[in-house]
Design a binder for this molecule. Sequence first.
Ligand code: AMP
Ligand code: GLY
Length: 418
Amino acid sequence: MKVLVVGSGGREHVICWKLAQSSRVDELYCAPGNGGIASVAKCVDIKATEIDKLVDFAKQGQFDLVFVAPEDPLALGLVDKLEAEGIRAFGPRANAAIIESSKAFSKNLMRKYNIPTAKYELFDDEQAALDYLETQKMPIVIKCDGLALGKGVIIAQDLQEAKDAVKSMMGDKKFGDAGSTVVIEECMVGPELTILAFSDGEHAVPMISSRDHKRVNDHDEGLNTGGMGAVTPGADLTDADMEAIRNRIITPTIEALKKEGRPFKGVIYFGLMLTDEGAKVVEYNCRFGDPEVQAILPLLDGDLMDIIDAVIDGNLDKIDINWRDKKSCVVVMASGGYPVSYKKGYEITGIDTCGKLVFQAGTALNSEGKIVTNGGRVLCVYDEGDTLDEAIDGAYEGVKKISFTDMHYRTDIGRTLG
Ligand code: AMP
Ligand code: GLY
């Protein structure tokens, strides 16, 4: 098979790494890819959001499959356009990807189908939002409706902070059109947990659970990021806990989307909070989480291509999906200054000699063929073990052997709740 993966982060690196191991994949391409992906796939210089160019490339090259990994091209309808050209594609169509591209849509879906989530109100008028805040208990959560790279969420501790958040999103348009509508919702308390599931539109099969660490600094301090590290499993869930999550959240969501005429085929991401009242949905995403998937996919025992086929063909109930019985950890190494501003182009040393699996994100090959930094989250280091401590210690051993100017990483991945 000839396969094209769309995207350029650590998530796409682990997907390419896993697909490269499939006996069914003969030729692997990635658009646009990165410095690390170049070692397992041919990188093509087309951005993930250049939809028409990607469709043309897939058509001209007679690809057997296009795997669309990031949310932006999914929301822009890349899968719909590929399908219209008769090209097999993995990922939800735009009408189902909306569960991530519009928080207003997903909150309304959860309300309509009684899926547990924080109480909320939606606003498209700034003054109405400011007036509503006066009546609410603090802390409170303000979110942009649209896509904002995981950064359009403010947990305001007091009224002034809440008002400033509304003004920056709706008045100053800090996140552009993504903030034209805001969600104001109750602040939930509890550990967070990520459940990713394969879905073929009818059936959902959860993967092993994981836990992301979203804040930039140790002790869960500082700004929210795309994710600074992850571990599996994400919590010590009993079978009964998992059954409740399946019956109250996973199955109702897949059924709700089907009923709404938006069957979800691909990977669905449930960002959960384990509150005193049980698990509640913080957010849905329409794709593998990054960096969660870098901790999960290395434990998949079997060929990812078989699962991709089952998802596309609606056969998920007919296959077995198995995981190796290990715990795992990934630690993200980021550019100093991320998630606000940072420099690029610093040489990275130690990747090949650190003795661990490294999935690259913001990296590029410079004109001398050296790997240099090229983004905020630069790479992540993976390790696994029989215990979580072994996995965490192993990942940090690798981190200590990698170096670049101004590098920043958390030292407590897997040792705090998030
Ligand atoms: P989201 O982009 O919706 O996942 O939000 C980013 C992060 O903000 C989440 O991972 C949580 O840590 C936090 N968050 C979002 N919504 C809430 C909420 N209602 N209560 C408490 N924390 C929240
Ligand atoms: N790690 C969070 C996300 O992928 O959205």
